[in-house]
Design a protein around this ligand. Structure first.
Ligand code: BF8
Length: 510
């Protein structure tokens, strides 16, 4: 087993697996189907194997986002709202999804549909790869509404909407002379409780910092500095200056547990589905649990700080500043004005840069986005927002930080409103979602969601859908026919830019 940090462990990839051509769904295999003419032991074609793998990816992503929203509902002792998609989606899209069978049979039982996606990809179930691919889009619709929208809406309601501010980012926000408590993951329940606790008097010795999407939300809502995105999470511990790392769910690398053993840092888990060996576990079920855990963790961090030998950085990391805290209602322009500017071609379109930072992707996407920002405006979320901030691009003029990955709902809402005001359907507008460096299944589910809205979705990394497969053609023709959208791969930033510069968003990709 390779040891060390993420970049040292990456190693060689299995290119068969990367292309989705390995089926592990039964014990006749695993079967690899490298050529299109080959079949798995059960007779599954290559197309079926790839389609099933893609659906399992999308279903897992939808499960994670819907699970996030479900944890919020559970915490609030609330049921899933009735007619939620109907009330949030444009009418024409709701009717279309209904006609195509992309909505849950019983709306509030959307988890059953995610379960059915797993069911139909088991040994000897759905053998029609085109039908399997439709289910990927269905996972996108569920992900968008019962995951992204619902989680964002509940968190905004309970914890308040973000406000525009100058935020601080990067490892330099860790303060070696203070008690550092890092908050990592995606859900806000505990993170909000400890933020409230630290804001009380007598806690000036505590420095809260965020990591990944829990951190992105804290930054947007409260201005808590964001220390790291997914690729820097190990470095947070490796500074030797973080006393406690509290995690909730998702994107928390198991390597953190090994790393913490090398330092004085204690890891604390707060969700029953995300346990880590040797971590302290404070399961949070309600507000009282969260408040008690917050006080206990602050006490623990203070004790650890006393024993921490390192009270200054070995090498001082950089700190960056960025304008953060935008949402669908506080952009510095009215939606109507934005629609007009787009119509008059004063702004050529909106590009949403979303998703993870994958260290396997070496291309310089930042330069291209910067260049395009002369004519397009950019919304950004998640780990890519952090990366854009590292390069000093989040200025609140051309680049707008819209929060965490579930907050992609905010971007979808702006797309919906701009097109409504412009009296167009979403697919007629020059909108693009660009996910240059996906890592997680969630990024794929988000892509499927935007495609189901009629927005073209760019991936910069060649996962599962490679150009010459029937799969790519099938997804393309379904999306084109029903939503006038496209999911496409472009791994070279220069070519991506040339295509946009030459033909613009609205014409080239439709
Ligand atoms: O949900 S961008 S690596 S942190 S999955 Fe994870 Fe990807 Fe980062 Fe947030 Ni989003």
């Amino acid at each position: 087993m390779k040891r060390g940090f993420l970049s040292q462990r990456l190693g060689n990839q299995c290119f068969i697996g990367l292309q989705g051509k390995c089926c592990k769904n039964c014990l006749l295999g695993p079967c690899i189907v490298v050529k299109n003419s080959e079949k798995g032991a059960c007779g599954a074609s290559q197309d079926l194997v790839v389609a099933r793998n893609l659906l399992r990816f999308a279903a897992a992503g939808a499960a994670a986002h819907c699970g996030h929203a479900f944890h919020m509902l559970d915490y609030l002792k609330k049921e899933c709202p009735e007619d939620y998609i109907k009330r949030r989606a444009p009418v024409y899209l709701y009717e279309k999804w209904k006609k195509l069978g992309l909505l849950p049979k019983k709306e509030t039982e959307y988890f059953k549909e995610i379960s059915e996606a797993l069911h139909l990809t088991t040994f000897g179930c759905n053998a029609d790869y085109e039908d399997v691919l439709r289910w990927c889009i269905k996972m996108g619709v569920l992900d968008g509404y019962y995951g992204l929208y619902l989680a964002t809406e509940l968190e905004d309601k309970i914890f308040g909407k973000p406000s525009v501010r100058i935020g601080e980012l990067n490892l330099g926000v860790i303060k070696p002379e203070k008690v550092n408590i890092a908050l990592h993951g995606h859900e806000q329940i505990f993170a909000e409780a400890i933020t409230r606790e630290v804001k009380r008097k007598d806690n000036e010795d505590i420095n809260l910092i965020g990591v990944c999407c829990t951190g992105a939300s804290l930054l947007a809502r409260h201005g808590i500095p964001l220390a790291a995105n997914v690729v820097l999470q190990e470095q947070v511990i490796a500074t030797g200056c973080v006393d406690v790392l509290v995690v909730d769910v998702q994107c928390i690398m198991p390597s953190l547990a090994d790393l913490a053993e090398c330092y004085h840092t204690k890891i604390v888990t707060t969700n029953e589905i995300c346990r880590i060996p040797n971590a302290l576990h404070f399961p949070i079920k309600n507000k009282r649990d969260a408040e008690q855990a917050a006080r206990q963790i602050i006490r623990t961090a203070r004790i650890l700080f006393k024993h921490r030998k390192r009270k200054e950085f070995v090498t001082k990391p950089e700190k960056k500043r960025a304008v953060v805290g935008f949402h669908e209602k506080n952009l510095p322009f009215e939606i109507k004005k934005l629609a007009e500017k787009i119509k008059e071609r004063k702004i050529k379109g909106i590009i949403a840069v979303i998703g993870c930072e994958n260290p396997r992707v070496k291309e310089d996407w930042i330069r291209v986005y910067k260049e395009l920002s002369k004519e397009y405006i950019f919304f950004t979320t998640g780990c890519m927002a952090f990366k854009l901030a590292q390069f000093g691009l989040l200025d609140g003029k051309r680049f707008f930080h819209m929060g965490s990955c579930v907050n992609n709902a905010r971007i979808a809402e702006v797309f919906k409103e701009v097109s409504r005001v412009a009296k167009h359907e979403i697919h007629e507008m020059p909108f693009l979602v660009s996910c240059p460096m996906p890592i997680t299944e969630k990024a794929i589910a988000i892509g499927m969601f935007f495609a189901s809205l009629g927005v073209d979705v760019h991936f910069g990394y060649n996962f599962l859908v490679s150009g010459d497969l029937n799969i790519a053609n099938s997804i393309a023709s379904f999306l084109k026919k029903e939503f006038k959208s496209k999911v496409f791969l472009e791994m070279l930033p220069r070519r991506f830019m040339e295509r946009i510069e030459k033909e613009g968003l609205a014409t080239i990709y439709k």
